[in-house]
Design a protein around this ligand. Structure first.
Ligand code: ATP
Length: 603
């Protein structure tokens, strides 16, 4: 927590200092009225007591009783006015400070999150990450922004008033302060007890968000599976858990806060009792000396000012514990180890030639469950290599290793003779166009989506790419043409339309290497033939890795790899593989005869 404050508060420290100073000065200003009141009661209405004010030389003080009243009231009004100005400045400074901190923490944690490995996102639920970026960052803002300064103000006030109380009457001050250790012990107990509850609460915010987020994304499945009641039950369960955990926190809070008030009230009552008895001449042993009415009034007001903030310790501690649980989550996110990242001396290449080589590559998502094994092949710049094989064989995974969405466990993937782990991620990925199996479009216009990654492309370049992907005709038919909004994840387009836009996006990028993972699986054969024509032009002079179930689309590849259970089980050109008469030949036979399904895996 201290680290977070040091890291994010630095730039706006002046605002923080202004905030803290004004809050302390505001407190000081609020102490003036009771002090002056005490003096006024004892001096103005009492002939034998001189009118004195702390820090003010005698020659500046009034001499007549009427003037004393005027000066007293003047000081009180001035203190009130100062207090208003100080409170406003304090609020403005701290609000600016905390909102700026929140902005910085949020952007930073988003940036850190974005750098994390794909494996993190495979494991982590979106709702949890969202909860961190929203709720936890907000908790930190409240703590770093307001609570820290309240705590400083409280410490300053308590020490300041304790000093005044002692200087006014040390014996009575002891009576008041005897309650402070009890408040401390009780607060420590509260902190210990509430900490695990806050942790559980923060986690359950994430759980609930995850479920809501999942359900919103899967609304179509929920409706078609007629699962509304089932999902309502599950949301009920998550929400109930959240409620229970909030209640577990609240229960303790509501016990703590009034107990603190009670202890603080007891301190006040004890002071009143002992002071009152003293004033009427019935002071218990061993109190000695005299106590004047005005002094006693000041003392009581001061005691009130002393115990009020003490009961505020509850809010501070509460906010601290809440923020602590949030800080653990934010730091946990930012401090995740990242493996797929640039080496310090990463090689930067603006333009790659496109030679690709896999050398004895092994990879597993989960320990001891290899998905890619002994995977070796080489492609010259401009070659087209096709991966075919049964579903789940590891074709997409093999392609993702080229993009470094994951790093290999053993072996090496080379581009232009350089291990991809030695290239900068920017050099590598800007040279690879990737059309994935699940096309993702952002909520934006058609043009924005195609331009994604090639942000500087001109309108002509954009349209050329869209034409090559056989998408121009359907795009101009859309209500607003290129400016039509595609909806979240592109829901307002058909699967085939989305795929064509993804292909256009890759074409616009004009990369040295192209990875097409089932890029045309969602279009009809006629459109596919048209896209293939465009693709043929596009892939002619660049290295292409293509994954396809429809073998007609990979017939012309320079190298076809038949993948099964993570291994390359056959390799060669279409003709060579037909001549071998193995799995590929069998599959080809099956597909050209029009039979449905793949029997590559079924021996
Ligand atoms: P398809 O033809 O159906 O697209 P594929 O050959 O492309 O299949 P992959 O997507 O590479 O197959 O998956 C290979 C194996 O890895 C599968 O058994 C799958 O369950 C597993 N797998 C894929 N992605 C992950 C992941 N993120 N985490 C864990 N396992 C995964």
């Amino acid at each position: 927590m201290r680290d977070l404050f040091a890291r994010y508060a630095g730039a706006d420290l002046p605002l923080f200092v202004v905030g803290v100073l004004t809050s302390i000065l505001g407190r000081v200003a609020s102490l003036a009225p009771p002090l002056v009141l005490g003096v006024a009661i004892d001096a103005t209405f009492n002939d034998d007591v001189a009118y004195t004010l702390p820090f003010v030389p005698a020659e500046f003080l009034p001499t007549t009783q009427a003037a004393e009243v005027w000066v007293s009231v003047g000081i009180i009004v001035a203190a009130l006015a100062a207090s208003v100005v100080l409170t406003w400045t304090n609020g403005a400074a701290l609000s600016l400070f905390s909102n700026r901190i929140q902005h910085r923490i949020r952007v930073d944690s988003y940036e850190a999150m974005q750098r994390l490995d794909m494996a993190f996102f495979d494991d982590k639920q979106t709702g949890q990450v969202l909860a961190i970026l929203n709720d936890d960052v907000r908790n930190l803002r409240m703590f770093l922004g307001t609570t820290v300064s309240s705590a400083l103000q409280l410490v300053a006030t308590v020490i300041g008033i304790a000093v005044i109380l002692f200087s006014l009457n040390w014996q009575l001050a002891l009576v008041t302060l005897v309650f402070v250790p009890a408040l401390g012990v009780f607060t420590l107990w509260f902190m210990r007890s509430i900490r695990p509850r806050y942790r559980a609460l923060r986690a359950s915010v994430g759980d609930l968000n995850t479920r809501l987020e999942n359900n919103l994304s899967g609304m179509e499945v929920i409706k078609t599976a007629n699962a509304e009641a089932h999902e309502t039950d599950r949301i009920h369960e998550s929400s109930w858990q959240y409620y229970l955990r909030t209640w577990a926190v609240a229960k303790l809070e509501y016990l703590y806060q009034p107990s603190m008030d009670l202890l603080a009230g007891l301190a006040f009552a004890a002071t009143f009792l002992i002071g009152g008895l003293w004033l009427v001449g019935a002071a218990p042993e061993p109190l000695s000396g005299t106590l004047r009415v005005g002094e006693f009034v000041t003392f009581l007001f001061m005691t009130q000012r002393f115990v009020d903030p003490l009961s505020g310790v509850g809010r501070i501690v509460n906010s601290y514990e809440n923020a602590r649980a949030s800080a653990e989550r934010v730091v946990g996110l930012v401090a995740q180890p990242v493996t797929v990242t640039d080496r310090e001396d990463a090689i930067v290449r603006d333009r790659l030639e496109g030679a690709v080589e896999y050398d004895d590559v092994t990879f597993s998502y989960l320990p001891d469950r290899p998905v890619i094994r002994d995977f070796s092949f080489a492609a010259e710049p401009g070659d087209t290599v096709a991966f075919v094989g049964p579903t789940g064989a590891g074709k997409s995974t093999a392609a993702k290793l080229l993009l470094r969405l994951y790093d290999v466990d053993s072996g090496e993937v080379h581009v232009d003779g350089v291990d991809v782990r030695d290239l900068s991620l920017d050099s590598l990925r800007s040279n690879i166009g990737y059309v994935s199996q699940d096309v993702f479009l952002f909520d934006g216009t058609v043009a924005e989506n195609v331009r994604y990654g090639s942000f500087d492309a001109t309108d002509e370049e954009l349209e050329d790419a869209v034409r090559l992907a056989e998408a121009h005709e359907f795009v101009v038919d859309l209500p607003d043409g290129y400016d039509t909004r595609v909806g979240e994840r592109g829901v307002k387009l058909s699967g085939g339309q989305r795929q064509r836009l993804a292909i256009a996006r890759a074409m616009l990028q004009d990369p040295a290497i192209l990875v097409l993972d089932e890029a045309t699986s969602a279009v009809d054969t006629e459109t596919e033939a048209l896209i293939q024509r465009g693709l043929a032009r596009l892939t002619a002079d660049r290295t292409t890795l293509v994954i396809a179930h429809r073998l007609s689309t990979v017939k012309t590849a320079d190298l076809i790899l038949v993948v099964d259970d993570g291994r390359i089980v056959e390799r060669g050109t279409h003709e060579e593989l037909l001549a071998v008469g193995g799995r590929y030949a069998a599959l080809w036979g099956g597909q050209t005869e029009g039979s449905v399904g793949s029997f590559l895996g079924g021996e």
